[in-house]
Ligand binder design. Structure first.
Ligand SMILES: [Zn+2]
Length: 140
């Protein structure tokens, strides 16, 4: 599971171009669509993201495999450190200026947690509590 998933984007920035990358890395699958907005920022769309994640049930503490599916997630990478520092959004990332790369792993981590429910339940607990009107469920 260790390793980094980075993409070189120097050509993309230079040509204000676009690119499409299909990935299947470290148990994560999906498509990345990259669009250079100008010479210093890139819009990245994650599509059809799939990941199976080992999770611990909040109710019975059992470990179970959770399927995460995110149809679409949009983020932006920028070279502008000031913009990055001043932004409070979690969909803005910094381009590695020296290597002209973006860290996709960081983005996919955000995509993964974007779908996190307030309370994690294994399938059995999900079923067992489906008829209950939990406080957690009402907040959705
Ligand atoms: Zn459980």
């Amino acid at each position: 599971m260790k390793g980094t998933f980075t993409l070189k984007i120097s050509d993309l920035l230079q040509n204000i171009g676009s690119d499409r990358v299909v990935f299947d890395e470290q148990g994560m699958k999906g498509v990345l669509e990259l669009y250079a907005l100008d010479g210093k920022s890139v819009l990245v769309k994650v599509k059809d993201f799939e990941k199976n994640l080992e999770s611990v049930c909040d109710r019975c503490a059992k470990t179970f495999m959770r399927e995460i599916r995110v149809p679409e997630y949009v983020a932006k990478y920028t070279l502008d450190k000031k913009e990055f520092e001043e932004s409070e959004e979690d969909v803005l990332f910094l381009i590695d200026e020296k290597n002209q790369t973006i860290d996709v792993e960081e983005l996919l981590y955000q995509v993964t947690i974007s779908e996190d429910p307030f309370v994690l339940k294994c399938p059995e607990c999900q079923e067992a509590t489906a008829y209950l009107e939990d406080d957690e469920d009402e907040e959705e």
